[in-house]
Design a protein around this ligand. Structure first.
Ligand SMILES: *Cc1c(COP(=O)(O)O)cnc(C)c1O
Length: 360
């Protein structure tokens, strides 16, 4: 394949990957700016976390600990798992790439729901595996159809629970039945980036499920509830042979010194972080209820965002929000994902939604 004259040969797959365009900063005519487009924590880092980062910064002339010894030990204690069950990466996106590196060979298939996390198709393409996308049913995972999509070539099934961007979560009974029916040669990964926001007891914590079988692992991140999106640290919890494989495919030193220090400090400040998560959950429920009262159809969300299936009106809706300084995440032709921010940002979004002439 030659895409440009005199160009080096690149893999054909790159032709299908769009050039990354940075999101524009959205500011209203009155100078207001609310970023509800990336599911981040609205809160600045805690003072204890800031000082851990500042202290770690004094040593950035040295490589980080490639084994992340302290963070691994603190995580193991916090979640009650052996250290051998853990593998880290540069965000859980980094760990997902490590997973695909570990299973990816020509002909290998990865099954996931669609629409789901945008990183999945990109990482699957880069790893050279075949993505098998199983349409959502009523905005949530169709686990029966996902089982049906598994073949001899399937190496990995990703279950994003709660699902990004719809916010829906599959319940424990359904998930357990699914896990018990997936063939043992297939690795199932529960991507629980939003686990901390789940307040429905019926949605079972993957960390209580992964020991059921030898082919189940759980992905967690410090990017959302722990507020460290800018530092890039995530982890996998799984049986030791899976965690070991995922450690092998990590780019050396992927989890940097500041990220390790901040993650340890965050685990030591969980009470304060829990209060912040509770605040976000309360705001989420307030936004959800206000939208419903205003005539919107909103799938039940267990995460820190809401989903509006606006279809053709999606782009207009995003523009209407932007005009009042509110940045949301549109998926043109499908719908809009709106993160939960602080009360002022959420009010600005609700006002923009109320003023929009259409409902979905
Ligand atoms: C935000 C998000 C992540 C987190 O990615 P990081 O690389 O840890 O920042 C992982 N999975 C899903 C589904 C997400 O929405």
């Amino acid at each position: 394949m030659v895409s440009e004259p005199n160009s080096p040969y690149f893999r054909e797959i790159l032709d299908g990957i769009p050039v990354y365009r940075p999101g524009r900063t959205i500011v209203s005519p009155e100078g207001r700016s609310y970023k509800l487009s990336s599911n981040e924590s609205p809160d600045a880092p805690l003072p204890s976390v800031r000082s851990a980062i500042a202290e770690a910064a004094l040593e950035v002339n040295r490589y980080p600990d490639n084994a992340a010894t302290e963070l691994t030990s603190v995580l193991a204690a916090r979640f009650g798992v052996p250290e051998e069950h853990l593998a880290l990466g540069a965000g859980s996106v980094g760990v997902t790439q490590q997973l695909l590196e570990a299973v990816g060979e020509p002909g290998a298939e990865v099954v996931y729901a669609w629409r789901s996390f945008e990183a999945y198709p990109l990482l699957a393409q880069l790893a050279g595996v075949t993505a098998v996308q199983v349409p959502l049913r009523e905005e949530t995972h169709d686990l029966e159809a996902m089982l049906g999509a598994i073949t001899d070539q399937t190496r990995l099934v990703l279950v994003c629970n709660p699902n990004n961007p719809t916010g829906t979560a599959v319940g424990g009974t359904e998930l357990i039945e699914f896990l018990d029916r997936v063939p043992e040669h297939v690795l199932v990964v529960l991507d629980e980036a939003y686990r901390e926001y789940v307040d429905d007891p019926d949605v079972v914590d993957g960390l209580n499920l992964y020991r059921r079988r030898d082919n189940i692992a759980v992905l967690r991140t410090f990017s959302k509830a722990y507020g460290l999106a800018g530092l890039r640290v995530g982890f996998l919890v799984g049986p030791p042979h899976i965690a070991a494989a995922i450690r092998k495919t990590m780019i050396p030193f992927a989890v940097n010194r500041l990220a390790q220090a901040a993650a340890v400090a965050s685990l030591n400040a969980e009470d304060e972080l829990r209060d912040r998560v509770a605040q976000t959950v309360a705001e989420r429920d307030r936004v959800y209820n206000a939208l419903r009262a205003d005539g919107w159809t909103v799938p039940t969300t267990r995460a820190n965002f809401v989903w509006l299936r606006l279809g053709k009106a999606t782009t207009d809706f995003a523009e209407a929000c932007a005009a009042t300084g509110v940045a949301i995440r549109p998926f043109p032709g499908e719908g809009a994902r709106v993160s939960i921010g602080d009360p002022e940002a959420n009010d600005a979004f609700l006002a923009a939604a109320k003023a929009f002439p259409q409902r979905c």
